[in-house]
Ligand binder design. Sequence first.
Ligand code: M6R
Length: 615
Amino acid sequence: MCGIVGYIGHREAYPIVIKGLKRLEYRGYDSAGVMIYDGDAIKLCKTKGKVVDLEERASKEITTNGTIGIGHTRWATHGVPNDVNSHPHLSNSGDLVIIHNGIIENYAPLKVELIKRGYVFHSDTDTEVLVNLIEEVQKNENIKLGKAVQIALNQVVGAYAIAVFDKKNPNEIVAARLGSPLAIGIGEGEYFIASDASPFIEYTSNAVYLEDGEMAVIRLHKKMKVRKIKDDSLVDPYIQELQMNLEQIEKGGYDHFMLKEIYEQPSVIKDTYRGRLHANEGIIQMAGVEDNLEKFLNADRIIIVACGTSWHAGLVAEYIFEEFARISVEVEYASEFRYRNPIINSNDVVIAISQSGETADTMAAIKLAKENGAFVFGVCNVVGSSISRETHAGAYTHAGPEIGVASTKAFTTQITVLTMIALRLAKAKGTLSLSDFHMYLQELELIPEKVREALETNDRAKEIAATFKDAPNCLYLGRGYNFPVALEGALKLKEISYIHAEGYPAAEMKHGPIALIDEQMPVVVIAPKQGHYDKIVSNIQEIKSRSGRIIAVVTKGDTQVRELADYVIEIPETSDALSPLITTIPLQLLSYHIAVMRECNVDQPRNLAKSVTVE
Ligand code: M6R
């Protein structure tokens, strides 16, 4: 995790670096730091806390308008968040400065060796080891920074996106990546370095995304040189035109990114199916699926690997694929999958779901699947992300940048993509009747409008939030397609409001969790009219008999559950299989309002980061 930013050019570096760090704060926000080179000396300022804390401190400490700078916003791995462990880190001579996103796994033996050679360490970080290793190489070999970085990186094990500056040769920054993302923006006589393109989109729309194992020597007024770290071979970097715009990464009048992203769902779901779903013609067309249709059709089974919210979308997809396309599906936590000895065959199709496209566990699961000969299909949001490049084929969700740490629009757009794939396969296999196939296509096209309607539950969700904001625990229950929605509702609540919440299949309640129910326990029950309605009504009765406080998400016009529940939230009707796209909306709003009322940091909840690039 962590966000890194660098600038070298003709503009004042400090404001660019600070603004960039603010945009990257979703990646980590426990400490931050900046280095500006003033043409003569290195000005360094770092602190525990957020980028605003850094800004306050830097306003007194950084008084230069130097045009070269690097900055870092941290999600701690090695060493607690404090001023000393914050990046940038200096080498012992004070000449080299580094920022690093990732983990150097063999830092301990390297550190021992460096200590033997007289190096002194001030922080507990692996990064300080790396910068001193680079210094040691440079000193011994009497070489320039680029070469020293390359030699040092060939000695380290782990993951990194780094930017290194050398005061002795101040017209360049050296950047490298392995396992952590790194984008380089190319402007007129200036370069930008960042964990993603958001820090530089107002300056240039040309960017190079370094591939794993590549490094770049970025010199003022010179063409950037990219080479492979391992064998030194030169690479001709592919310059991409960026799709992102400034508006997409700003709050646009909302109090929080999370709320903005919740409200974006009608339009981004439309973006997800635009050009792919043609309901009137009965066509679903996705290039990645069409090009590999035989692979999907001949698959013995589909294995879905993902983490967190993306894993919940995978669970919804399991139900949809099995029902629509009659393909057996297994859904795996990527973090578990990679560490056991899973049976993967060349006839398996593995679908990797990831909003960021950078999640380390999902990436490792993909590599394992590929090693075992499986065809791997990615469902990612971030265009050009590591996972989208590592997979054999894929489909983007087109949800636009998701900045709130709690995933919202990523979830609904992932389900949209996965539903379209299942429908396409069902058509090819003839596992859905033609009338059902057409019905689902029409229904899917209506989803954005229904999500818009579901967003009208905002005031109701706020009212209910006011009643339950102080609850210490909360249960979420759902059945069938809405069981994963219960899990997702619980995850949303716990991650942003710090209320302990659990999601359960409603029928499992009687096998244990029912013991938790008393008059203090709020139970959110997802009970739309379709699916297992009668069964869930019985589950609600069971909660009622034990004095639980029921908040039910029901289909508009429902009367039966209304009589039993303490609070109802009405949502528009849709088919059972598509209902997660609607039922999840009031749950997102409920968590959001509870978190706001508890004065939690909604967009940057404690201990979390948006993109989990560590194992
Ligand atoms: O970027 P990814 O979809 O791979 O991220 C997976 C999880 O880290 C992510 O969904 C996480 O659980 C979110 N904070 C949930 O809101």
